[in-house]
Design a binder for this molecule. Structure first.
Ligand code: FMN
Length: 191
């Protein structure tokens, strides 16, 4: 797929086929695409966790634990329903690739730039998935940044999950989207 076509036609695909497995080679290709992202001082701060099958269970349990902390009474019927839903969330796609940052140490290292590199990597992953005929969506939400999430994936105190890429073969056709025009978002400064 040509680059500009991929840029313009990539869409968040929230609904993917449950029973169609994604070959390991394609998952590796998508992660490799992330590793080609630009990164200042060549720190390569990205880390990835590929969750498949029952490997998605731990994420669901962590999401539920984090959600329970924010509830006055997690035992009510309504809240139990919410916690069950949180547990099931990672099962919405056959593959969840967790993208995380492990910032490097050093006088020259700027924390925001370590995050920027991983964010750029995630965009590469979404484009690669699209070019390979897969559907993907970058999911986050407040629990992503809870310390328990960092601990669940064994990241350092400075490490952080930056997103969950839900991946599979598309089971939806997204509606075309509009973006603001270049002129609306750009100011040319030439003197
Ligand atoms: C940092 C980040 C977090 C996002 N988190 C979610 C999310 O939690 N759930 C979701 O459905 N989409 C999420 N998205 C996807 C956006 O909703 C989506 O990109 C936006 O609606 C534009 O649609 P498009 O990707 O199809 O162009 C996220 C996107 C980014 C960049």
């Amino acid at each position: 797929m040509e680059l500009f076509e991929a840029l313009e036609t990539r869409r968040s695909i929230g609904k993917v086929q449950q029973d169609k497995e994604v070959p390991t080679e394609l998952i590796e290709q998508i992660i490799e695409a992330a590793t080609w992202a630009p990164n200042h001082h060549r720190t390569e701060p990205w880390r990835f966790f590929v969750l498949t099958g029952d490997g998605r269970k731990g994420l669901g349990e962590t999401l539920a634990r984090i959600a329970a902390k924010g509830m006055d009474d997690p035992t009510t019927e309504e809240n139990q329903g919410k916690l069950e839903k949180a547990k099931k969330n990672p099962f919405r796609a056959p593959v969840v690739i967790v993208a995380a940052v492990e910032p490097s140490e050093g006088d020259k290292i700027i924390l925001q730039e370590e995050f920027a590199a991983v964010h750029a990597g995630v965009q590469n992953m979404l484009l690669a998935a699209h070019a390979l005929g897969l559907g993907a969506v970058w999911r986050t939400g407040k629990p992503t940044y809870d310390p328990e999430m960092r601990e669940h994936f064994g990241l350092s105190d400075k490490g952080e999950v930056v997103g969950f890429v839900y991946l599979g073969y598309p089971d939806m056709t997204p509606a075309p989207r509009k973006r603001k025009s270049v002129s609306e978002v750009t100011k040319w400064i030439d003197n």
